[in-house]
Design a protein around this ligand. Structure first.
Ligand code: SF4
Length: 389
């Protein structure tokens, strides 16, 4: 008998919570009765509903209401990028209010215990530590906001699971050393391989991709909001991410961590023809996203040259927040290079005015002005630039 195609459904509308709940009644076949379910939105950045930076709180409400109707015991959880306080991020996102109104618990996943997992057929990591909240839930629903991402191309349901890693394990994902025993995968970035490894131990049971207000361009935090007013869902997260990418104007093969996850899960040849989705409708809704190309920061802020060396989101967010708030102040100034991350070749330091941002750049001390911190904050950059004159 031919294998059943994974179903992906989409809804558009104005009442985000209702459309999400109705969508899930249309998509979900599994029984959730009596199960403890982690609803994992992407609310680890400081962002407001509708900003495109974070999952819309009303979509989270729709997921929670569906799960309650289905007899489950849902709770909501996420962890924040370093430098962002969970209480503040959860409050600003509107999800704290939704949790209270819906009578469900909202947890900072970083407050859980570390639960170690062995990774089957590892591509980058043999072991990883996951928050006990995620490890002990009977089911996980990944609820990402649809956005482009400077280091991962796009952030969807598989990438969103990174927030379930325990505390600094998230940072470790950005600084994994190359090991010879993973030789077949050396052509791919360690971050992409590690996301595929994570998907092999913590694969969501349901993916709900929020495209109410998505983000294009310099995601994950400095892109532009892209209002689409839609939500899509599937019980097969790979299928959900493939369909979301199609909507965004990308090919499946453009998202390396998705391709690697498909290899690990035994469906490397899967194409859009293998999905059960309304291709005509998806084609009508397709709206190509601007790519998140790191070099574009220098096009947007020509007085700065930003050099990334496998930095993590926290230092990236510091640079982005700085440029967003203060970048225009420096239009007439001589070019300044800002260096972030551990793996920057000293030969890439090109300007007389060079700032080394964060502890990961410490080994380059002496070649520029070093700012200590993990991560430093935007005002540290401001002070250093003022000192440079
Ligand atoms: S210094 Fe920056 S890039 Fe390095 S680990 Fe800390 S936050 Fe991440």
């Amino acid at each position: 008998m031919a294998e059943k195609k994974p179903k992906v459904k989409i809804r558009q509308g104005r009442d985000e919570a209702s459309l999400t709940r109705d969508l899930l009644w249309d998509v979900v076949a599994k029984d959730y009765k009596g199960l403890s379910v982690l609803v994992k939105p992407n609310i680890g950045f400081l962002g407001s509903p509708g900003s495109g930076v974070i999952t819309h709180c009303e979509v989270v409400r729709g997921v929670v209401r569906f799960l309650k109707d289905a007899g489950a015991k849902p709770f909501i959880g996420d962890s924040c990028i370093f430098g962002v306080k969970a209480e503040e991020a959860f409050e600003r996102s509107g999800v704290a209010r939704v949790a209270e109104e819906e009578g469900v618990e909202l947890v900072d996943l970083d407050r859980g215990e570390a639960v170690p997992f062995e990774v089957p057929n590892p591509m980058a990591v043999e072991r990883l530590k996951v928050s006990s909240y995620a490890a002990q839930a009977d089911r996980i629903v990944s609820v990402p906001v649809m956005k482009t991402h400077m280091h991962a191309v796009a952030s969807l349901s598989l990438k969103n699971m990174k927030g379930c890693l325990h505390q600094r394990e998230k940072i470790r994902f950005h600084h994994l050393p190359e090991r010879d025993r993973f030789q077949p995968w050396h052509g791919q970035k360690t971050l992409d391989r590690a996301i595929a490894d994570l998907a092999s131990v913590l694969y969501p049971d349901l993916a709900v991709v929020d495209g109410i207000v998505a983000m294009e361009g310099l995601g994950p935090s400095l892109g532009e909001p892209k209002p689409l007013g839609l939500v899509l869902a599937s019980e097969d997260p790979i299928a959900a991410d493939m369909a979301a990418l199609f909507l965004m104007g990308f090919e499946t093969r453009e998202l390396p961590h998705l391709v690697l996850s498909m290899i690990k899960r035994g469906c490397p040849e899967r194409t859009l023809d293998d999905l059960d989705f309304d291709r005509e409708r998806f084609t009508a809704l397709r709206s190509p996203f601007k790519r998140a190309i790191p070099e574009d920061i220098s096009a947007q802020f020509p007085q700065f040259l930003v050099t990334f060396g496998e930095s993590c989101s926290a230092c990236d967010a510091t640079v982005m927040a700085f440029l967003d708030r203060y970048g225009v102040r420096y239009v007439d100034q001589e070019k300044t290079q800002i260096v972030v991350g551990k793996y920057v070749d000293p030969q890439r330091l090109q300007t007389r005015r060079c700032i080394l941002l964060g502890n990961c750049t410490a080994k380059l001390k002496g070649l520029g002005l070093f700012i200590e911190g993990c991560p430093p904050v935007p005002s540290d950059l401001l002070k250093t630039l003022e000192a440079l004159g």
